[in-house]
Design a protein around this ligand. Structure first.
Ligand SMILES: Cc1cc2nc3c(=O)[nH]c(=O)nc-3n(C[C@H](O)[C@H](O)[C@H](O)COP(=O)(O)OP(=O)(O)OC[C@H]3O[C@@H](n4cnc5c(N)ncnc54)[C@H](O)[C@@H]3O)c2cc1C
Length: 415
C-alpha cells in the first residue's frame, strides 16, 4: 500500500486543529499540512451553536473558522467527513477512514470532546437532543422553536439554549442538580444573578432536582419526570450534561492519559508522551506553568490558543503554553459573562461593582490568592485578574479591600 507523507498531520476538525494549521503557516512553516476531521463542515466555531446560529441570526458560513478557499490558498489538505481510525506512534503513521495511510513528521491530536449521554428510561424517544455540532443546532431549532422545551442541566449549555429558544418563542424549563444556574463554575452570587435574568424572561428553573425518566406517546417525548416527582410537559428536550474528552484514538495508540481529569497527558509545551505528537483543546491535560498545576479546560479560547502553542512547538520553537484560560457565555442579549481562571474551588468571593445594576466582577480567592474572576460588563478588570492569577501571591487585607472597591485602582494590587 502506498503511504502518503506529510510534515504535519492535524487530527480532529475543530478549532484547536484549525488554529494550529493557521499558525503553522503564519509562523513560517512551509511543509505539507493535512487536517482530518470527521464532520461535514470545514472547521467552525462551536459557541454560535447555542447562540447566534441556533437563534438564526448567524449563518453556517459565519461560524466557519475560515472560508473554504482559504484552506486551498494556504496549501492545507483539508479532509472533511474523514476519521483517523488508527494511529501508530512507533511508525509515525495514521490510517484514515478512506483507507489511506499517512506518515507524519509531527502530529496534533485535537479530537475534542463528546457529550455525556444520560441513559435513563425513555432516553430513546424522539425529540430528545444533545448539542455539540451545527447539525444538532439545526435539529433543535427545527424541533423546539415555539414549543414547550425542557432543558436538562443548569450549566452554560442549558442556560444559553433556554435563552436562545425563548427568543424563538419556545417556553423553556430547566431541571438541574444545582440550586442555582451556573453555580458550579461561578458560585451562588453569580448563579443567582443569571437565574434571575432567565426567570425575568419567562424561563422556569427547577433546582436541586434531577432527571428520573422520560415518558412519551407515539414514540415521541411528552413528559420529563424528575426525581422529586415533578412532571413537566415537553415537546422537546435538550440535554446539557457535560462532555467527555474523546480519547479513543489516543488510548488505542497507547498515549499516556490523565485518568483523573480525562484527556491526553501533556507537558507544559503540550507535548504528549509519544514523540512528535502534540495535543490541544478539550483533550489536552497539561502542566500549566502559569498556574503551577495540571489543567484540562473545555473553553473555546483555550482550544484557540493551544492550537497556536502546538504549532510553534511543531515548528521547533521552545513554546510553553502560558495563556490564562478565558471563557465567555451569552444568555441571548440578556446577560453576557466573561471569566478567567479556572478557580476550581475557592474560599472567598469579592464583588467589585453592583450585581443589582448588572455591572460587576467577582474575584475568586483561595487562601488570599486570586484564582479566577468573572465579569459582567467590566471586562477591564480581567487583565488585572490574569496578572494576579499568574503572579500567584497572597494579597494583603488592604489589597483585597481594593479589589472590592470600584473607586480604588487595581494597578497597585499584587505588586
Ligand atoms: C454548543 C456549544 C457552545 C459553546 N459555547 C462556548 C462558549 O460560549 N465559550 C467557550 O469558551 N466555549 C464554548 N464551547 C466550548 C468550545 O466550543 C470547545 O471547548 C472547543 O470547540 C473545543 O475545540 P477542540 O478543537 O478541542 O474540539 P472540538 O471542537 O470538539 O473538535 C474536535 C473535532 O474532531 C473530530 N474528531 C474526533 N475524533 C476524530 C478522529 N479520530 N478523526 C477525525 N476527526 C475526529 C470531532 O468530530 C470534532 O469535529 C461551546 C461548545 C458547544 C458544543
Amino acid at each position: 500500500m502506498s503511504v502518503r507523507k506529510v510534515d504535519h498531520l492535524l487530527i480532529g476538525g475543530g478549532l484547536a486543529s484549525a488554529n494550529c494549521a493557521r499558525w503553522l503557516r503564519e509562523a513560517g512553516g512551509e511543509g505539507e499540512i493535512m487536517l482530518v476531521g470527521r464532520e461535514p463542515d470545514p472547521p467552525y466555531n462551536r459557541p454560535p451553536c447555542s447562540k447566534g446560529y441556533l437563534q438564526g441570526s448567524e449563518t453556517r458560513e459565519d461560524t466557519w473558522f475560515r472560508p473554504r478557499e482559504w484552506w486551498q490558498d494556504q496549501r492545507i489538505d483539508l479532509r472533511t467527513r474523514t476519521s483517523v481510525t488508527k494511529l501508530d506512534v512507533g511508525a509515525k503513521q495514521a490510517t484514515l477512514s478512506s483507507r489511506e495511510v499517512v506518515a507524519y513528521e509531527s502530529a496534533l491530536l485535537a479530537t475534542g470532546a463528546n457529550v455525556r449521554r444520560l441513559n435513563v428510561e425513555g432516553c430513546e424517544l424522539e425529540g430528545i437532543h444533545y448539542l455539540r455540532a451545527l447539525g444538532n443546532a439545526d435539529a433543535i431549532r427545527a424541533d423546539a422553536s415555539g414549543r414547550r422545551v425542557v432543558l436538562i442541566g443548569g450549566s452554560y449549555i442549558g442556560c444559553e439554549v433556554a435563552a436562545s429558544l425563548t427568543l424563538l418563542g419556545s417556553s423553556c424549563a430547566i431541571v438541574m442538580q444545582e440550586a442555582l444556574t451556573l453555580e458550579r463554575g461561578f458560585g451562588a452570587q453569580a448563579g443567582r444573578f443569571f437565574q434571575e435574568r432567565l426567570r425575568e424572561h419567562g424561563v422556569e428553573v427547577h433546582g436541586e432536582d434531577e432527571l428520573e425518566r422520560f415518558e412519551g406517546s407515539d414514540g415521541r417525548v411528552s413528559t420529563v419526570v424528575t426525581k422529586r416527582g415533578l412532571r413537566l410537559e415537553a415537546d422537546a428536550v435538550v440535554i446539557g450534561a457535560g462532555v467527555m474528552p474523546d480519547t479513543a484514538l489516543a488510548r488505542g495508540a497507547g498515549l499516556e492519559l490523565d485518568e483523573q481529569r480525562g484527556g491526553v497527558l501533556c507537558d507544559s509545551h503540550l507535548r504528549s508522551s509519544a514523540p512528535g505528537i502534540w495535543a490541544a483543546g478539550d483533550i489536552a491535560s497539561y502542566d500549566s506553568v502559569v498556574h503551577g498545576r495540571r489543567l484540562r479546560v473545555e473553553h473555546w479560547d483555550v482550544a484557540f490558543n493551544q492550537g497556536r502553542t502546538a504549532a510553534l512547538g511543531m515548528l521547533g520553537q521552545d513554546a510553553p503554553h502560558e495563556v490564562v484560560p478565558y471563557f465567555f457565555s451569552d444568555l441571548a442579549d440578556w446577560a453576557s459573562l466573561e471569566y478567567v481562571g479556572p478557580a476550581q474551588g475557592w474560599d472567598e468571593e469579592i464583588v467589585r461593582g453592583s450585581l443589582d445594576e448588572g455591572s460587576f466582577s467577582i474575584w475568586y480567592l483561595g487562601e488570599g490568592r486570586v484564582l479566577g474572576a468573572l465579569s459582567v460588563g467590566r471586562s477591564q478588570d480581567l487583565d488585572h485578574a490574569r496578572r494576579l492569577i499568574a503572579a500567584g501571591g497572597a494579597l494583603t487585607a488592604p489589597q483585597r479591600t481594593a479589589l472590592g472597591d470600584v473607586d480604588s485602582g487595581l494597578d497597585a494590587v499584587g505588586r
